[in-house]
Write a protein that binds this ligand. Structure first.
Ligand code: GAR
Length: 216
């Protein structure tokens, strides 16, 4: 890994996780540099967070491409142009095809708002409520061709309280997302975590399918 790990962050929405990265770098906890923020949505309010931090931004409107793959080829080229060491999906709400995934294999992280392997896909908090779960959470994982199924690195759990709705759970989960996502990126930047033979390996030891369990 070069001296400063170069990050490109992909967003589609509010970018609160992007802000957590910006703040963690400013505090000196995450020793990395965000060299670009790319979105598929011109309306993503996270763009303002990037601009306020003087990070170059790009909009690639997926509706302008005939196929998912054509969008992914362009996205890949634009992300490659920043020469990233690590690509961070932070609320990037597009399913990616191998055209994007293969060139970034082992260098692509996502955060998913559930206790993976539970609830891949959408509406995770409502599904946890409907199942009567007493906990929800978030998981940082390497991205592979299996949707929300790549090897987990770090997972944090929050309680589901009596009377909670999905929005209340989402807000509680976001708070822990903001701690674990920069932490997992720092492990990568320090070469402590790698994708090896389809497993996430931390300090030389394969992680369980939940990833490392985060403790406050
Ligand atoms: C986060 O909760 C993240 O886990 C989720 O979108 C939100 C983005 O928030 N990601 C997914 O659902 C990916 N499938 P943010 O834009 O404020 O960082």
């Amino acid at each position: 890994m070069p001296e400063v790990c170069r990050l490109v962050v992909l967003i589609s929405g509010s970018g609160s996780n992007l802000q957590a990265f910006i703040d963690s770098i400013a505090r000196g906890e995450l020793r990395a540099s965000i060299v670009g923020v790319v979105t598929n949505k011109a309306s993503a309010t996270g763009l303002q967070r990037a601009q306020a931090a003087n990070i170059p931004t790009e909009i690639i409107d997926h509706t302008q491409f005939a196929t998912r793959e054509q969008f992914d080829i362009e996205l890949c080229a634009r992300v490659q142009s920043y020469r990233p060491d690590l690509v961070i999906l932070a609320g990037f709400m597009r399913i990616l095809t191998p055209a994007f995934l293969r060139p970034f294999a082992g260098k692509l992280l996502n955060i998913h708002p559930s206790l993976l392997p539970k609830y891949p896909g959408l509406h995770t908090h409502q599904r946890a409520l409907d199942a009567g779960d007493n906990a929800a959470g978030a998981t940082v994982h390497f991205v592979t061709e299996q949707l929300d199924g790549g090897p987990a690195i770090l997972q944090a759990r929050v309680p589901i309280l009596a009377g909670d709705n999905a929005e209340q759970i989402a807000a509680r989960v976001l708070q822990v997302e903001h701690r674990i996502y920069p932490q997992a990126a720092q492990w990568f930047a320090e070469n402590r975590v790698q994708l090896y033979n389809d497993r996430a390996v931390l300090d030389g030891a394969p992680l369980p399918n939940t990833g490392f369990i985060y403790q406050d």
